[in-house]
Design a protein around this ligand. Structure first.
Ligand code: ATP
Length: 944
């Protein structure tokens, strides 16, 4: 669902279409929808509503209909040229030619149609996968479901980063702000509330208790009930074009399209030239028109557009199999050119499986990992909550209690007795640690119910919740809360947790277990020292603090004059596969960079552990804010770790790298990451932890959140680019060869003084047939060639380099010339012997030359025997098919005599044609061998 601004603001929906939802109280809305806010809908009811109302999706009018695809195929420039050729043949009363050209054109159009149709369908399938996931209450439990499955009456949770998945009525709003520009044109986010409105005709922008499909939550948290789904939503009413995965041409496609059109134009010009020169020289009109048609037909690369679409779409599907969802087709090829990958740390480089291992309060420290290990057997026996001894320190329990209260995750004991958490893993880890110390979430929240909050955001790097202090506290908690000052009287308490550096700046006091003491420089040093020590070991450290209040304040003013409680250190192990992926990046000339909100020492430890950096240099957000763009560009070109940065800094980092000529892939998951994702050459969003907003901004979504998947996609992208170039090389060389034969046919006659008996070397139909066999069939197989062995052992291809760079132009010229000379030579030789099969020999030799060329160029570097003759099974199959068809047109009488006007060849002739074809394989192998030798002589390129 894109949120493109509309030209005109919407008029409110007609009043009779549905109850005016914004005028109903929340309770009345729930009643009208027959749903229960605590339990949500039951599965049976959901099924019934889905059956009645259909899935929650917009009818996608962006998809091309098969007719449109067919029409585009039939009106493509190349096809039109061929139609003209058929028309001309008909005009000359060459009915067979006209009919056959038409048949083959239609065949090509059909081939193109089928491939494009498949590609469209593949893209449509990708688009369906990109549907956001929603947290909905079903049958009394929170579940993650696809937005497609929502029905009116579903109770859902909303939080910063979500795209509102349907039209909803708010039930709860904690500073929930929604960006509605797409619908209302209002550029500032709107604060949502729960109260009913009185004006039934209030404009959409004023319906503050409703949320609309396709708008995005920028801040806060809330709950809502779905009131309308699918095409009945406000967005659905105006949806004319909603596309998730963008179509359109990729830069390479556009470039190839230009190459194709250029060739077609060149074909027409050359054809006309030949016609006029021939006529001027007194040749027969009919012969010359026939020749001109043949040349035009030979030049047009009929298979080009179809093969390119097919290869790109197939590539996107292959990437999906490696967990990378491509949202925009150009990404497939841009991936191959990436020079720098900027990655988040948490969850992408690490597993995002946080475990609290250290508690540090008032100079006292417990290492929980020891106790954890000791407890594992008990946990495995199914004993869910054996209490961890926290020594004598109530202060530690208090710190954990506060961390568990200032928390949006939930914890549940699984059937096997494990503690499973839902929500942010950092918060889940805190809940587990608290539960293991006997502090159950339910009891804590009953004793201190939350009344207000300032949600976490990665800019501030902390969150605060405000709790009412209840009169009665359950046993067990009394000892913690009562004695230690959180519950001495009534009133409220604010609990804050977040990055220690920030928190210390907001704290005026520190609680040492018995007293609240001023936070003097001595204390500050002690806390900072403890924080650094934990971070240096690669731990994520959170500080916890509190403040007693008389009133339930809920603005940033709460986060002042805090009382510091303690530190919680947690580990998050690096993903095991990332170390190898980083090494592969380096070998491929790609620089990995870590960008994290975490502490510089934590970041540096993990970066060194993974091989991302070899020294301790880190650029922090504070450094970054002080740097000019030029400074940043210089620094970013050799420091690989950025820590304590905010999402807005990511944008500057991308820009700095891009101005230095880098092609940047950048990961992100939060709402504020969207600008950097859009700016990056490849924006990469996280499929599991990413917000909907980041996914919409991205070119690609990692379904497994894994850094290694980016590297795998780069490899896939490079392979696809190689294969496309291979096909272009093949098709164009072949056509150069054929045009050469057509144009230069008179040359040997002129040189030897022999009278030119036949004006044309090959007939139009013969040329079309050859193009169909080579560009059409063999070309397809090139799109699926396996990666070259050095695909990740060479530097990235610069996007500025043309398609013909890297020796390809030269290859086209010499192989084209080789094909011309060999085919012409054999034809002329037979002609001179007065053998009737001279034309058939040109035809057959050309076919074999291209078959062997297709085999020879399967790798740009390796000899064919090393990459395995049968490793591309599609190519083997299609080669056999081509050879079979070639024999069929030679020996099946009807095809041979009437259709292609061929003469049967003897076994010896056939061997000569095949043998001549084989010489091209040898010649190309020699070219590759020379290139390998040259490369060995050169030192390997230095990588960053
Ligand atoms: P990245 O994913 O980019 O590596 P990160 O996960 O380290 O970044 P954030 O999630 O923005 O970055 O966290 C930055 C800092 O904010 C953390 O180092 C921590 O101090 C603090 N923090 C993280 N999660 C929470 C939370 N749930 N509550 C309070 N503070 C948090």
């Amino acid at each position: 669902m894109t949120t493109r601004p509309l030209k005109a603001p919407l008029s409110p929906a007609p009043a009779d279409a549905e109850p005016p939802w914004h005028t109903l109280e929340a309770g009345a809305t729930l009643a009208a929808l027959a749903t229960d806010p605590e339990r949500g809908l039951g599965e049976a009811e959901v099924g019934a509503r889905l059956a009645r109302l259909g899935p929650n999706e917009l009818v996608d009018r962006g998809v091309k209909s098969p007719w449109k695809i067919l029409w585009e195929q039939l009106t493509a420039v190349m096809v039109l040229i061929l139609f003209a050729a058929a028309g001309l043949s008909a005009f000359l009363e060459k009915w067979l030619e006209a009919g056959a050209i038409l048949a083959i054109v239609l065949l090509f159009a059909l081939l193109g149609f089928l491939q494009e149709y498949r590609a469209e369908r593949a893209i449509a399938a990708l688009r369906r996968l990109a549907v956001p996931v929603v947290r909905a209450r079903r049958g009394g439990e929170w579940r993650e479901i696809s937005a497609r499955d929502l029905v009116p009456g579903d109770v859902i949770a909303l939080e910063a980063g979500n795209v509102v998945p349907a039209d909803v009525r708010l039930l709860e709003s904690a500073n929930l702000r929604v960006q509605e520009a797409a619908l209302t044109g209002e550029s500032e986010p709107v604060e949502k509330e729960v109260a009913a409105l009185t004006r039934a005709d209030a404009p959409l922008g004023d319906r503050r208790n409703l949320g609309f499909m396709g708008t995005t939550v920028t801040y806060g948290r809330g709950a809502a009930v779905v009131v309308e789904t699918g095409m009945r939503t406000q967005l659905g009413r105006i949806a004319t074009l909603i596309q998730d995965v963008k179509g359109g041409m990729t830069p390479l496609q556009a470039r190839l399209d230009r190459v194709g059109k250029g060739l077609a134009a060149a074909g027409v010009v050359v054809a006309l030239l030949i016609l006029f020169v021939g006529l001027a020289a007194g040749e027969a009109f009919e012969d010359m028109v026939l020749t001109a048609i043949s040349v035009a037909v030979a030049v047009v690369p009929e298979g080009l557009p179809a093969v390119v679409t097919f290869t790109l779409a197939l590539g996107a599907q292959k990437m999906l199999r490696r967990s990378a969802l491509i949202r925009k087709l150009p990404a497939v090829e841009t991936l191959g050119s990436v020079t720098t990958i900027c990655s988040d740390k948490t969850g992408t480089l690490t597993e995002n499986r946080m475990t609290v291992t250290v508690l540090d309060v008032a100079g006292e420290r417990v290492d929980l990992s020891q106790t954890l290990h000791a407890r594992l057997p008990a946990l495995e026996r199914g004993d869910a909550r054996p209490e961890v001894s926290l020594g004598t320190s109530p202060l530690m329990r208090l710190t954990l209690a506060a961390a568990a209260l200032c928390n949006d995750a939930t914890v549940k004991t699984s059937d096997e007795g494990r503690l499973d958490t839902l929500g942010d893993p950092t918060e889940g880890a805190l809940l587990v640690a608290a539960a293991n110390a006997g502090l159950a979430q339910g009891e804590l929240t009953a004793a201190l119910p939350r009344v207000a909050e300032l949600p976490f955001d990665s800019e501030r790097k902390r969150m605060t919740t405000v709790h009412a202090r209840a009169r009665t506290v359950p046993d067990g908690l009394g000892a913690v809360l009562g004695r230690d000052g959180l519950n001495p009287g009534l009133g409220f308490v604010a609990l804050t947790k977040g990055a220690v550096d920030g928190l210390l700046g907001l704290s005026a006091h520190v609680f040492d277990g018995s007293d609240v003491r001023p936070l003097d420089p001595e204390w500050r040093r002690r806390i900072e020292g403890a924080n650094d020590a934990l971070a240096r070991d690669g731990m994520r450290v959170l500080g916890v603090a509190f403040r007693l209040l008389d009133a339930p304040l809920a603005d940033e003013g709460v986060e002042q004059g805090l009382v510091f409680l303690g530190l919680v250190g947690m580990i998050d192990p690096p993903r095991p596969e990332v170390r190898e992926a980083v090494a592969r990046c380096r070998a491929a000339g790609i620089r990995p960079i870590m960008i994290t909100g975490d502490h510089p020492l934590t970041a540096s430890f993990i970066a060194r552990d993974l091989g991302i950096s070899t020294d301790e240099r880190v650029i922090t957000g504070v450094d970054l804010a002080r740097m000019t763009d030029a400074d940043l560009g210089r620094a970013a070109s050799d420091v690989n770790v950025f820590a304590r940065v905010s999402p807005e800094h990511k944008l500057r980092i991308v820009e700095a790298l891009q101005t230095r000529g880098q092609v940047v892939a950048m990961t992100g998951d939060g709402v504020n990451d969207a600008p950097a994702l859009k700016k990056a050459d490849i924006g990469v969003a996280m499929g599991i932890t990413g917000t909907d907003v980041s996914k919409e901004a991205a070119d690609m979504v990692l379904r497994d959140d894994n850094f290694a998947t980016i590297v795998a996609s780069v490899e896939e992208g490079r392979t696809i680019y190689d294969n496309l170039r291979r096909f272009v090389k093949f098709a164009i060389t072949g056509n150069v060869g054929k045009v050469g034969v057509m144009l230069l046919w008179p040359l040997p006659f002129a040189l030897t003084g022999l009278p030119l008996g036949s004006a044309v070397a090959l007939l139009p139909l013969q040329l079309l047939w050859l193009n169909l066999m080579t560009d059409g069939l063999l070309g397809l197989a090139m799109g699926v060639e396996k990666p070259e062995s050095n695909v990740m052992g060479r530097p990235p291809q610069s996007p500025k380099e043309g398609i013909f760079s890297g020796g390809m132009g030269w290859h086209v010229v010499w192989v084209g010339a080789y094909i011309t000379v060999v085919a012409l030579g054999v034809g002329f030789w037979y002609y001179r012997q007065d053998l009737p099969q001279w034309q058939t020999m040109i035809f057959t030799t050309l076919a074999f030359l291209q078959v062997f060329q297709a085999l020879a160029i399967r790798s740009n570097t390796e000899p064919v025997w090393r990459i395995g003759l049968f490793s591309n099974r599609l190519l083997v199959g299609l080669t056999l098919l081509v050879v079979g068809l070639q024999l069929a047109v030679l020996y099946v009488p009807l095809l041979q005599a009437t259709f292609l006007r061929l003469v049967p060849l003897s076994a010896a002739d056939l061997l000569i044609a095949a043998g001549l074809g084989f010489t091209l394989l040898v010649a190309v192998e020699i070219e590759k061998w020379l290139a390998r030798r040259r490369r060995r002589g050169r030192p390997a390129p230095a990588h960053a």
